[in-house]
Design a protein. Structure first.
Length: 226
């Protein structure tokens, strides 16, 4: 499986450059060959759609050309009604396999946006930061150093509890870097790295601490008694 490292993007969008970098990093192909692979694949898809044929990728989805008939519209500047002509558009339909997996993972492992104390340690790196969001499977945080994709990490997470939130339960586990997003810091700290970490070695007892924190967090949000 190829995991994508986003080196130049400033958003969560996967770009063509990200695909080229991923093939280059994980398939040991020269950068020029990696670029040709991606460009060739895109060209095949484009030519197929131009010919009015569908592109079906099993387990992923289907791209197809859809014809739109004449229809009423409105000029966004003048707000005047107008008639839009016929045209063809490219549509993507997600496969049932991918759709079910996305929805199943979302239901099984909810994610919350919470700033929690988060310690990350590698062989040559030790940092205390805060999570951007968290699930039982991993965390998303901001680091001031680029940690290479698939780097193994020691993780320590502080989960507050109690009425004042001044007591803490600690989760310890191992993780691995699965995504990196390089951005410019809003606090003028230079370049920082939004880093996604997957908890690849976590005891069920530690995972339960996170699940219990989620439940307590939900109760507080809706004002339910604990």
């Amino acid at each position: 499986m190829i995991l994508v490292e986003k080196t130049g993007s400033t958003s969560m969008t996967l770009t063509k450059a990200d695909l080229i970098d991923s093939i280059y990093n994980h398939l040991d192909l020269p950068k020029t060959r990696s670029s040709k692979v991606v460009e060739s694949l895109i060209e095949i898809i484009k030519k197929t759609l131009e010919n009015g044929e569908n592109v079906l990728i099993t387990g992923f989805g289907k791209f197809y050309v859809k014809e739109k008939r004449k229809r009423k519209g409105r000029n966004p500047q003048t707000r005047e009604d107008l008639m839009l002509g016929e045209k063809k558009v490219v549509t993507f339909k997600c496969s049932g396999v991918l759709r079910n997996k996305i929805n199943r993972e979302h239901r099984r492992h909810p994610r919350i946006n919470e700033r929690l104390q988060f310690k990350v340690k590698a062989e040559d790196f030790d940092s205390v930061t805060k999570t951007i969001n968290l699930s039982c499977l991993g965390a998303y945080c901001q680091l001031n150093k680029h940690i290479p994709l698939l780097t193994s990490l020691k993780i320590a997470l502080a989960l507050p509890y109690g009425d004042q939130g001044n007591e803490f339960d600690y989760v310890e586990c191992n993780g691995v870097v699965v995504r990196i997003e390089e951005i410019l810091s809003e606090a003028n700290l230079g370049t920082v790295y939004n880093t996604a970490i997957y908890f690849n070695e976590i005891e069920e007892s530690e995972k339960k601490k996170i699940a219990d924190f989620f439940e307590d967090h939900q109760h507080k949000e809706i004002g339910m008694p604990e």
